[in-house]
Design a protein around this ligand. Structure first.
Ligand SMILES: [Fe+2]
Ligand SMILES: [Fe+2]
Length: 349
């Protein structure tokens, strides 16, 4: 058959044609009537093979019925040449198909190039995002660390230490979880509650460390620590510091309105304040203070129970009691050992 200057390859039947075909072919001229496998089947198999399924097929046929032609189109044939083959027609049709294939190859190449570019850019974007996430995590960690150290600094002068902060903040998280607050809120109260007493920074040693009972005027000064704390934390755009401000101001309010500084009662006291109050009271009762020895946990729980509905939010107390196993775990985990006592600073700072 005429090649018209193209490189051509001949196969005597369908199976040989299929075996010889590679993605480098640009056009298939296919007879219909062949021994063994007819042209329709060969066309179908070419279309089923993803390696070669975009090569145009011209069917050379003596069949002229519409049914046969439809069958050929269904099998994936692109064009027809009737027998006997006319050289000019063959040249025109092959030329047209080869042009189509060339355009198709260009599009394919362009698409591959685009895909490669997109892939490269996606990989670089992914890398940037990963680095950004890491930087955000580190910044957040540094933020939490700074807050914790600020809290420790404020408690450093009295006998409360980082251990009190660790226990108290974990009790808060346990209660928040028990109240079904969201994971974000549990995290927020865990990291904000250590700031409850930052205002102690503004209380003179003579009052803060006084071993006996405070007189009225000393007590008034001591009460100021909630206001001083809120003032220190006020005006920040950090969600954590905002929560810290709420807690600093509200953690000494009492359910029946006899607390300070505002004398709020019931649910007018922010929930974070009510949660921190219970955590702080329980830990204060079970710790040594300048003015008292530690109570046993049982005694402390009894005192908390007595304050249910007067001093503390009854619902929050109930949740605290429901979670006692977790509370005890935290208590055990953050207990000062002899070595830490000797050095004066707990090792888990
Ligand atoms: Fe306090
Ligand atoms: Fe405290």
């Amino acid at each position: 058959m005429a090649s018209f200057g193209h490189v051509s390859e001949l196969a005597i039947d369908g199976p040989e044609a299929l075996e010889k075909m590679t993605p480098d072919f640009d056009l298939v001229l296919l007879d219909v009537m062949m021994p063994g496998m007819d042209g329709f089947e060969v066309a179908r198999r070419i279309r089923e093979n993803p390696e070669i399924n975009d090569i145009p097929i011209i069917m050379i046929t003596g069949l002229s019925s519409q049914k046969d032609r439809l069958q050929a189109v269904k099998a994936g044939v692109n064009d027809f040449i009737s027998k006997p083959v006319d050289r000019v027609e063959l040249n025109v049709r092959t030329d047209s198909m080869l042009k189509m294939k060339e355009a198709q190859d260009e599009i394919k190449q362009h698409r591959a190039m685009l895909e490669e570019t997109v892939e490269k850019r996606t990989a670089s974007l992914r890398k940037t995002l990963k680095e950004l996430r890491k930087a955000q995590r580190l910044t957040h960690q540094a933020h939490l660390d700074t807050i914790r150290r600020l809290a420790v600094a404020s408690e450093y002068r009295d006998e409360d230490t980082a251990l009190h902060i660790n226990r108290m903040s974990n009790y808060c998280a346990i209660v928040a979880r028990g109240l079904s607050l969201s994971a974000d809120e549990v995290d927020l109260i865990l990291h904000a509650s250590p700031m409850h007493d930052v205002g102690k920074i503004g209380i003179p040693d003579a009052i803060l460390l006084k071993p006996g009972k405070l007189d009225n005027s000393e007590w008034e000064i001591m009460k100021q620590h909630s206001i001083i704390g809120a003032r220190i934390l006020r005006g920040s755009s950090s969600e954590l510091l905002e929560a810290g401000e709420i807690i600093a101001l509200a953690h000494h309010e009492k359910w029946n309105g006899t607390g300070y500084p505002k004398g709020l009662s019931g649910e007018d006291i922010p929930l974070y304040g009510r949660i921190c109050a219970i955590a702080d009271i329980f830990d204060a009762l079970t710790s040594n203070r300048p003015y008292k020895k530690a109570f046993s946990s049982d005694k402390a729980l009894e005192i908390l129970q007595e304050g249910r509905g007067t001093h503390v939010d009854p619902n929050v107390v109930d949740v605290f009691f429901d979670q006692l196993d977790d509370v005890v775990e935290v208590q055990k985990k953050y207990t000062e050992n002899e070595e830490e006592k000797r050095r004066g600073v707990p090792s888990n700072l």
